[in-house]
Design a protein around this ligand. Structure first.
Ligand SMILES: *[C@@H]1O[C@H](CO)[C@@H](O)[C@H](O)[C@H]1NC(C)=O
Ligand SMILES: *[C@@H]1O[C@H](CO)[C@@H](O)[C@H](O)[C@H]1NC(C)=O
Length: 344
């Protein structure tokens, strides 16, 4: 097996085989695939070991869910790894009050790392739009945008949203936002258009499939067929991921927001927790095919030229999340850092 080829996919395979032999020495180009690094487990390896795993995989983009000191400290000196951090949901209300409050947050949580951590994105809140605290997102985004601009920092400011914003998602051209999403999300999208910053979206075909496994074909949900399953006008869809992605694109267009880039901050498939819908094999097929889809550079039927960039969820199984599938989205076992399944 040639372990010196370029793709993240192949590296996964190689690492799966070679994890016992350290220093396999992958030297590879950046890809458009990142990994989420969640911390809701009591058996996770220390951050320094996790960074070594990322280095061995040549992963160049990581997303963490807050600004945890020991994790960010571990990234010091690894400037080739881009790090996306979140403003925590529970901080949004207090920060929405003034730019001064946001500046204090920035000085405390971001500034200490700027010299030697490559912070690429700050996501203001995770999946809070649409919802009770959704209206706090935009003022905090505006303050942070002013702060990074005034310091000429190359940090992008956005927010992460779930597909619950869609009232209609099928067929994709019928994509439309719910009323509360329209109220809270549309102004955010318009602001992002002005700064040409991607909206961050979490897309999980798994949940749609699990809600209706009788009527939805598994192969369509896991990118495992070349057959057109959904024909939408001139656009033919072979997989559910593209349908959901494009429904969001259509919904944005209906709000007058055209050509706004999207980054997929989360996608994945659990390897356990829901019977035969969540096996290591199915999870492996989904994640492998997602990476292939991204690496093909083909984009989606509605955006065939722009490609997709995305983060797989997640690095590790996290045992302090709700029991069941939520604990089983990891690619790696936290206790021995071995892959839970091969990415093929
Ligand atoms: C920071 O990370 C981004 C995203 O991976 C990358 O494009 C950029 O080159 C990195 N910066 C440095 C200094 O390596
Ligand atoms: C799961 O098991 C049920 C009952 O045996 C079967 O009908 C279904 O096709 C299986 N689904 C998958 C994805 O294997």
């Amino acid at each position: 097996m040639d372990c010196h080829r370029k793709t993240f996919l192949l590296k996964f395979l190689c690492v799966a085989f070679l994890l016992n032999y350290s220093n396999v020495g992958f030297v590879d180009a950046a890809t458009n695939i990142g990994l989420n690094y969640g911390l809701l487990g009591d058996n996770l390896p220390p951050p320094s070991e996790v960074i070594n795993l990322y280095k061995s995989l040549s992963v160049t983009n990581i997303r963490i869910f807050d600004t945890t000191t020991d994790v960010l400290n571990a990234f010091r000196g690894n400037r080739n790894i881009g790090v996306m951090v979140d403003v925590k949901n529970q901080d949004l209300e207090a920060l929405s009050v003034s730019e001064e409050a946001v500046n204090t947050w920035f000085v405390t949580n971001i500034e200490p790392y700027l010299a030697d951590v490559n912070i690429t994105f700050i996501a203001v809140g995770n999946e809070v739009i649409p919802g009770e605290i959704g209206s706090y997102v935009l003022p905090v985004m505006k303050s942070l945008t002013n702060i990074v601009k005034s310091r000429s920092l190359p940090i992008l400011i956005s927010t992460t949203v779930a597909m619950t914003n869609l009232g209609q998602s099928y067929p994709p051209s019928a994509g439309d936002f719910m009323p509360q999403a329209r109220e809270q999300l549309t102004p955010v999208l318009k602001f992002l258009s002005q700064t040409n910053t991607p909206i961050l979206v979490n897309i999980y075909p798994y949940f749609a499939y699990a809600a209706d496994p009788i009527n939805i074909q598994l192969d369509y949900a896991i990118f495992n067929t070349n057959k057109v399953v959904v024909q939408d006008g001139p656009l033919g869809y072979t997989n559910m991921f593209d349908v959901i992605f494009d429904a969001f694109v259509w919904a944005m267009e209906k709000e007058g927001v055209k050509d706004l880039p999207m980054v997929v901050t989360e996608t994945g498939w659990p390897s356990a927790g829901n019977g035969n819908l969540t096996t290591p094999d199915i999870a492996s097929i989904y994640n492998t095919n997602f990476v292939k889809h991204v690496e093909s550079g083909k984009g989606t039927p509605k955006r065939p030229k722009s490609g997709i960039s995305g983060f797989l969820f997640a690095t590790f199984n996290e045992n302090q999340k709700p029991a069941g599938t939520e604990q089983n989205f990891g690619l790696y076992n936290p206790t021995d850092m071995k892959p839970i399944y091969k990415m093929f």
